[in-house]
Design a protein around this ligand. Structure first.
Ligand SMILES: *Cc1c(COP(=O)(O)O)cnc(C)c1O
Length: 432
């Protein structure tokens, strides 16, 4: 007991070493963490426990769409907490219905189920698909390589990356993977047992890979032809990050208004930016399948609680009021353009950029071509991200060679410029 008190007090001093020691002794070491501990935030800035300030272009991995410590959200949380935090889904409350109706308005005719995370949102869509195919004995869901669909057993089974499955076999039955953006591969993979296809509009963890509009339209046709559900995982790329509510809406603009109007998925999963950091997940299901999950078939205790719904409604209100989709679109395009100039200026370090709106990826050249990184044990992306930390910038690695920018949607141009300056300062040293 004495030990515990002594440790907690040590952490209270705010020293990084003390905080890390507390983790090492008490927290399951399932995360590869960077040596940083944060104590507060404001907008697009975070402060670590030593008082150093960072520009946050990682957004807590596409979560903090309105930045940190947003005063209106803080007020919403406090006011709702004084009124009602939780009631069971045994009962009704007004906010869950309002949030569902707002999401239906933004996505299309259908209904919404609320949960607490992205993995759970996908889990709900998997169950929906199995229910849909059950009478015909269909259960198989096709996903793509380099996808990411969460860390539950079904989530890692659905995810098209070996590293998340390793050590947890056997996988849940009924998931197969095919190459992304390859409509023929998807068509060839369909079996009599196939019931659904799940893809991300823009693969996030896989390295910021946008689907082509032709691929999305092809998937819709394929799913119609074989009576499959088309499920979009918009957990990371959704919620206005690309400049429209969902990434497929934005990506299809390239084909003109009719394509966008024609393309309606059968299910969409959401989480990350939905609550700006307050945990909430959801899936939307198209009207014709909206009543497949009847009473008693699916549930979660916290799902759609009053506090989470109040926050999510406020987030949606602010994004639309402050025209943040437009900001994501315009500032994202400007930022990508500036990053492309850096790629041209420093080809010995930077290979290319990808992405849309404020979901951008910067691909580095191979690790052994960057002398400063060649001998480190960590991948180039993690080493680069660590260098950016030293220079006061937070970004997120994706795979061995890509770093992601997933900033708040209310990022200002001058902050984006500050981020570019920091990236250039690090890149120019690596190139020298
Ligand atoms: C983060 C993420 C998930 C999992 O969400 P959790 O809230 O971590 O369970 C699922 N799909 C995609 C595309 C993600 O980026």
């Amino acid at each position: 007991m004495k030990d515990v008190i002594a440790e907690s007090t040590a952490a209270g001093t705010g020293s990084f070493e003390a905080i890390r020691a507390l983790f090492e002794r008490n927290v399951v070491p399932s995360y590869a963490r960077f040596d940083l501990a944060f104590s507060r935030g404001q907008g697009s800035y975070l402060w670590d426990v030593t008082g150093k300030r960072y520009l946050d272009l990682g957004g807590g991995i596409a979560v903090c769409c309105l930045g940190h410590a947003h005063p209106e959200l803080a007020d919403t949380i406090a006011a709702q907490a004084r009124k009602l935090v939780h009631v069971s889904n045994l009962y009704y409350h007004e906010l869950q219905g309002q949030l569902a109706s707002e999401l239906v308005r933004l996505i299309g005719p259908g209904k919404v189920f609320f949960c607490n995370s992205g993995a759970e949102a996908n889990e709900g869509l998997f169950k929906l698909a199995r229910k849909f195919g059950h009478e015909e004995g269909r259960f198989e869901i096709l996903t793509t390589y380099n996808s990411f669909h969460g860390r539950t057993l079904a989530g890692i089974s659905a995810t098209g990356q070996e590293k998340v499955k390793k050590g947890f076999e056997p996988m849940v039955q009924g998931f197969r993977h095919v190459p992304f953006n390859d409509i023929d591969a998807m068509r060839n993979a369909i079996s009599p047992a196939t019931v659904a296809v799940m893809v991300e509009g823009v693969q996030g963890e896989g390295g910021v890979n946008p689907a082509t509009p032709e691929y999305l339209l092809g998937l819709r046709k394929l799913c119609d032809e074989f009576n499959l559900l088309l499920l979009m995982d918009e957990v990371q790329c959704g919620h206005f990050r690309t400049g429209r509510m969902h990434s497929y809406q934005r990506l299809l603009e390239a084909c003109g208004g009719t394509a966008t109007a024609m393309f309606v998925p059968d299910g969409v999963s959401m989480a990350k930016s939905l609550g700006n950091g307050f945990p909430i997940g959801a899936f939307w299901v198209r009207d014709k399948y909206a009543d497949l999950l009847g009473p008693g078939t699916h549930a979660t205790t916290y799902g759609g609680g009053p506090l989470a719904c109040a926050v999510a409604l406020k987030v949606l209100e602010i994004i639309q009021r402050d025209r943040l989709a437009e900001n994501a679109r315009a500032l994202g395009a400007w930022l990508k353009n500036q990053l492309d100039k850096l790629v041209q200026r420093y080809p010995s370090v930077l290979k290319t950029t990808r992405g849309v709106g404020l979901m951008l990826g910067i691909e580095l050249v191979e690790k052994d071509k960057i002398p400063a990184f060649a001998h480190g044990d960590k991948p180039a992306s993690a080493q680069f991200v660590a260098k950016l930390h030293q220079a006061g910038l937070l970004t997120v690695p994706a795979g061995p060679q890509v770093i992601r920018l997933l900033p708040a949607l209310n990022l200002q141009q001058q902050q984006a410029q500050e981020g570019l300056d920091i990236i250039e300062s690090v890149v120019s040293k690596l190139a020298a």
